[in-house]
Design a protein around this ligand. Structure first.
Ligand code: ADP
Ligand code: ZN
Length: 210
């Protein structure tokens, strides 16, 4: 299954991508995580992306398209994949089409802007492995420590309230038009994000089956 998860920042794409990855055994590919890893490793691409990311703006299309082209060539993508955070613009979606990739399903997780803002302020991520936690919704076993790898949990710079506002503006202007794009292709399913993660998970899996 070749799958795209759409939705505003903080809608819960990453969590659902992880759930689907575990159940269907296909890789979850997050362009955000790839860029942050590149930045942590001090690569040129990472440094280029940093100023955009910190300002809550989208990284230029050619950069992320290049990342995805490389990543999808890898062996583990043969039986399918989950794209979390790509495409985020029409040219990015067009690039997937031009690569000849047949997407099976696009699941859009809808969450109101007000909810996003309060959710992102509680998000914490592992500085080592990028696993994501939440002060209210997804608490780690030991406070401040990653369950998966024991790394330290930190707040992402771009989860600061002012930056979140900018990310939401970008989302509505640049990413939301993708709903129309995939609706026209008959691939879009909309899921209302629920208060409880497992309730959203159930709806997401239903959206994959019908
Ligand atoms: P979120 O979904 O919570 O916004 P991500 O980790 O997916 O977080 O993305 C963080 C940042 O990385 C974005 O604000 C943007 O700067 C950059 N980024 C990630 N994916 C893309 C993309 N497909 N196109 C442009 N920029 C991207
Ligand atoms: Zn970790």
């Amino acid at each position: 299954m070749k799958l795209i998860l759409l939705g505003a920042p903080g809608a819960g794409k990453g969590t659902q991508a992880e759930n689907i990855c575990n159940k269907l055994n296909i890789p979850a590919i997050s362009t955000g995580n790839i860029i942050r890893a590149a930045l942590a490793n001090g690569t040129e691409m990472g440094l280029k992306a940093k100023s955009y990311m910190d300002a809550g703006q989208l990284v230029p299309d050619e950069v992320v398209i290049g990342i995805i082209q490389e990543r999808l060539k890898e062996d583990d993508c043969k039986n399918g994949f989950i794209l979390d955070g790509f495409p985020r613009t029409i040219p990015q979606a067009q690039a997937l089409e031009d690569m000849g990739i047949e997407i099976d399903r696009v699941v859009d997780i809808e969450v109101p802007d007000e909810t996003i803002t309060s959710r992102l302020s509680g998000r914490r991520v592992c500085e080592k492995c990028a696993n994501s936690y939440h002060m209210i919704y997804k608490f780690p076993k030991v406070e401040g420590i990653c369950d998966a790898c024991g790394g330290k949990l930190i707040q992402r710079k771009d989860d600061a309230p002012e930056t979140v506002k900018a990310r939401l503006v970008e989302y509505h202007a640049m990413t939301e038009p993708l709903k129309d794009f995939y609706e026209k292709l008959g691939k879009l399913r909309i899921v209302e994000g629920q208060e409880k993660v497992e309730d959203t998970t159930k709806l997401v899996f239903e959206a994959l089956e019908d």
